[in-house]
Write a protein that binds this ligand. Structure first.
Ligand code: CAA
Length: 282
């Protein structure tokens, strides 16, 4: 699979484009408009620059990776792709629309259509197409160029051959580690992580401790690389809220209910790092 398409160039889309371009793939990113493209390109450039600064990427590899990524605002531009990684916002109607369109435009019947959804039903996305056997989840973690895991999500309808091809790509080409998970909201990581993040937000909302102390507790007390509120800011508070809502819809557990403060922060455009302000200021 040499020709990869990425749908969306937000935090995850830009990260996926970088990972695939650094692995030598020809990457075409479909964004919603010229502003999305400009923001996505800037994200990609910033992350590659950080890779160079940290000695993980050479200047030649940075330039080669940038040269492998092109952008379009038209999903139909993805017609010749052999693998498409969908990283649109965590919003079911949007993702369903993307899968319907991909099914219409992607010409190769063997192409794999993968969603990076965190908590929505991959089956519903598969059923939006006439090729549900070729649809699966490939769930990466933020920052995608750094974190090594990918959850490979098979639905009841995913072809085993498509799953193996996708997994070989993730491990052999991208150099990541894969785990197999079933199609259930949150898979493994978010089913464990998101109730923890929401508990930290509830603790903050109750005024029990401030953001610095909650984060310090978990970085110093449990040696996590970052505290829960800083991590929620990194993931994006809109995404955390969307995952919580999808988990709640699936399991009806109080631990998944979105705290009112989180909803209000999202309503107010306080989305964490990407907007400059969340539980911390950037
Ligand atoms: N390119 C390549 N490598 C990079 C890089 C880049 N752009 N940025 C950082 N790195 C490397 C560093 O070189 C370093 O590697 P070594 O350990 O081999 O030296 C490593 O990444 C960590 O970097 P630093 O120690 O310099 O620390 P940092 O502050 O830059 O780390 C972090 C930032 C990687 C985000 C770290 O804090 C971390 O891992 N945090 C937790 C992130 C996490 O839990 N993400 C999962 C979120 S859940 C999710 O994404 C799923 C979902 O559906 C919501």
């Amino acid at each position: 699979m040499r020709r990869v398409g990425v749908v969306g160039c937000g935090v995850m889309g830009a990260g996926l484009a970088e990972v695939c371009a650094r692995a030598g793939r020809d990457v075409l990113v479909a964004a919603s408009g010229p502003e999305g493209i400009a923001r996505g390109r800037a994200r990609l450039e910033r992350s590659l620059a950080a890779g160079v600064r940290r000695g993980k990427v050479t200047e030649e590899d940075r330039d080669a990776a940038l040269a492998r990524v092109r952008f379009t605002t038209d999903l139909a531009g993805l017609r010749d792709r052999q693998l498409v990684l969908e990283a649109a916002p965590e919003h079911e109607p949007t993702k369903l629309r993307v899968f319907r369109t991909l099914d219409e435009v992607v010409e190769d019947p063997e192409a794999i259509l993968a969603s990076n959804t965190s908590a929505l039903s991959v089956m519903k996305l598969a059923r939006a197409t006439d090729r549900p056997g070729q649809v699966l989840g490939l769930h990466f973690f933020n920052p995608a160029p750094v974190l090594r895991l990918v959850e490979v999500v098979s639905t009841l309808l995913t072809d085993d051959r498509a799953r193996r091809t996708a997994e070989d790509f993730v491990t052999g080409v991208l150099g990541k580690q894969a785990i197999h998970v079933g199609d259930r909201s949150g898979f493994v990581v978010n089913a464990l992580l998101v109730p923890y993040l929401l508990s930290a937000i509830r603790m903050y909302e109750a005024g029990y401790a401030d953001a610095e102390n909650i984060d310090k507790a978990m970085t110093l007390g449990c040696s996590h690389p970052m505290g829960p509120l800083a991590l929620a800011d990194l993931i994006g508070l809109d995404t955390v809220a969307a995952i919580g809502a999808a988990l709640y819809e699936e399991f009806k557990e109080p631990a998944h209910a979105v705290p009112p403060l989180l909803s209000r922060m999202v309503d107010g455009g306080l989305l964490g790092r990407k907007s400059g302000r969340g539980f911390h200021t950037y």
